[in-house]
Design a protein around this ligand. Structure first.
Ligand code: IPM
Ligand code: MG
Length: 362
């Protein structure tokens, strides 16, 4: 059987700890299903700045482009906040751009075992939360030109440009419509077309693209209203498709209301080539190195990677099943801890998942 070449990018903060647990799960998949994964690490973010002065060394780009799939921990931290010219985040933005990963898929789902951790009122939670945010990732205001800082009439001015081309909008809309077909068949496109010209083009192109998906129901919502509706009644959403900046904000909101941001995986995908998988949460520098982080979002990112990029459905299902069992057994890291449950650290949580996974295959 062909070995899979997985590039690991641990990054900063809790990144190395959670990636270590993901690696153990990959090994367990190898053991149970007879697969071989070559998982080697590359530098990104602050760790790469410290080692090479560059948040995204060329060697990292080459290794990622040449891999079957990439798994990232997290980047950033206060240590690198002082120099605005070489920020760790540039490593993440750069690798997305270099790999052509224009579609960021972030499912925000409530785990039934974690209902008590959900931030919303019980009658709202009862209706269920299962939203998938499809965020455009290589365009919009994150990359638009002109951008920069200058001095005009004696005062400092900063500016960025939100720009979307028809082709960029169409391809992300296609990802959203295609995803909706495997779910409840509804897409809500989020924009600010009442104010922004770029949003009017966005809305037109999404509406045109929808004609090729007559079986999918399309609605439009302004971003301010969407932010409100997500907390008021998330059950009204199935797939949300939106631009880079709005998607950054709404995907954090969608995931945190579930109470389990430490649980949620994400995929960044291009038209072809390897996908990049990462937990939704950040580098959590406050708990880094203390074996306190929740590795489940990263472990579930491994499952998403096996499913979407490597086509290993059975293996992916088995990982998700193992995570579910561990939650049912009552093991919790600090972020999802509730009374009456068993508090565990990052490594121990990894051990429980690996044990459940191997036990099911025995
Ligand atoms: C995310 C993060 C990144 C982003 C940062 C770290 C550059 O917030 O993946 O959502 O804004 O895209
Ligand atoms: Mg973000």
């Amino acid at each position: 059987m062909k070995p899979y070449n997985i590039r690991l990018l641990p990054g900063d903060g809790i990144g190395p700890e959670i990636i270590a647990q993901a690696r153990r799960v990959l090994d367990a998949v190898g053991e149970r299903f007879g697969r071989t994964f070559f998982a080697e690490e590359s530098l990104i973010g602050g760790a790469a700045i410290d080692a090479t002065g560059d948040p995204l060394p060329q060697a990292t780009i080459d290794a990622c482009v040449g891999a079957d799939a990439v798994l990232l921990g997290a980047v950033g931290g206060p240590k690198w906040d002082d120099d605005p010219t070489i920020r760790p985040e540039r490593g993440l933005l750069g690798i997305r751009k270099a790999m052509g990963l224009f579609a960021n898929v972030r499912p925000a789902k409530l785990f039934p075992q974690l209902r008590g951790a959900c931030y919303l009122r019980e009658d709202i939670v009862e209706r269920g939360i299962d939203v998938m945010v499809v965020r455009e990732l290589t365009g919009g205001i994150y990359f638009g030109e002109p951008r920069g800082e200058s001095v005009e009439h004696g005062e400092r001015v900063g500016y960025n440009t939100m720009v979307y081309r028809e082709s960029e909008i169409r391809r992300i809309a296609e990802v959203a419509f295609t995803a909706a077909r495997t779910r409840s068949g509804r897409v809500c496109s989020v924009d600010k077309a009442n104010v922004l010209d770029v949003s009017r083009v966005w809305r037109d192109v999404v509406t045109e693209t929808a004609k090729h998906y007559p079986d999918v129901e399309l609605s439009h919502m302004y971003v301010d209203n969407a932010a409100m509706q997500l907390v008021r009644d998330p059950s009204q959403f199935d797939v949300i498709v939106t631009g880079n900046l709005f998607g950054d904000i709404l995907s954090d909101e969608a995931s945190v209301i579930t109470g389990s941001i430490g649980m949620l995986p994400s995929a960044s995908l291009g038209a072809e080539g390897p996908g990049l998988y990462e937990p939704i949460h950040g580098s959590a520098p406050d708990i880094a190195g203390q074996d306190m982080a929740n590795p489940l979002a990263t472990i579930l990112s491994v499952a998403m990677m096996l499913r979407l990029t490597l086509g290993l459905t059975e293996e992916a299902d088995a990982i998700e099943q193992a995570v579910s069992e561990v939650l049912t057994a009552g093991y919790r890291t600090g972020d999802i801890m509730e009374e009456g449950k068993t508090l565990v650290g990052c490594t121990e949580m990894g051990t429980h998942v690996v044990n459940a996974f191997l036990r099911a295959g025995a």
